[in-house]
Write a protein that binds this ligand. Structure first.
Ligand SMILES: [Zn+2]
Length: 231
């Protein structure tokens, strides 16, 4: 006598197990996504730092130029001391004034650049804070996923132990058929209600109900292959 309904608790448990295993399989990808979130923030910080370094490099360049102007002036002053005529002295003085004007120009530019560097620096600080906040959030999420993972592991073990108990009196061929269907379908066992298959919702011939009630053999739906029982 075949009572396929006896497999319903097993099916319920197998579906739970399947959901849990799917969730487990998804966890590494979800952890990966968390790292991707972090990468974006790291890239933002990197860009901000590069922008700041570029401004700093421009200041350094200007400082070098100012230094070379000052060297030039020193050179002129030394030359001035050995000049004989007043005319030559004055010409040299004009050269020196020109270089001094150039220095002032550089220094004005430098002041503007220093403000830019400050803005760039506070941008870096902002981006770093964002990254740190994100790191904290990611660490929490990852820890939560790890906790969920060990929770599922424990649940899976206990469900599998329960499953072994349920399998005790199920005939092997029946189990094999049930498992084969469950691999391809959401459910392996479905009820017949009003002459309709509960899996694919197709109309079944009247003989199906009779065959189920005879309990002589497993009865499956001709359309979807799921095993049928009377609701
Ligand atoms: Zn069906």
């Amino acid at each position: 006598m075949i009572e396929i309904k006896n497999l319903l608790p097993l099916q319920e448990l197998d579906c739970q197990l399947r959901d849990m295993k799917r969730e487990l399989e998804d966890i590494p990808a979800r952890k990966e996504e968390e790292q991707t979130r972090l990468q974006e923030h790291k890239a933002n910080l990197g860009e901000a730092e590069d922008a700041m370094k570029a401004e700093q490099a421009r200041i350094k360049e200007l400082e070098l130029e100012v230094q070379s102007c000052r060297d030039q002036i020193d050179k002129y002053r030394k030359q001035q001391m050995v000049l004989k005529s007043n005319k030559e002295f004055k010409a040299m003085e004009i050269e020196i004034t020109n270089v001094l004007t150039k220095i002032r120009g550089h220094e004005d530019k430098e002041l503007v650049l220093m403000e830019d560097v400050e803005a760039a620096r506070s941008n870096v600080t902002e981006r770093r804070k964002e990254l740190e906040a994100e790191e904290e959030a990611v660490n929490l999420d990852v820890a939560e996923l790890d906790t969920r993972m060990s929770g599922i592991d424990a649940e899976v073990s206990s469900l599998e132990a329960r499953r072994a108990e349920l399998l005790g009196d199920v005939p092997e061929d029946m189990l094999a058929r049930y498992e084969r269907i469950l691999q391809r379908r959401d459910r392996a066992l479905v009820p017949v209600e009003g002459g309709i298959c509960g899996g694919c919702h197709m109309k079944l011939p009247p003989s199906v109900a009779q065959n189920i009630l005879k309990k002589a053999d497993l009865v499956s739906c001709d359309h979807c292959g799921r095993l049928l029982y009377m609701a």
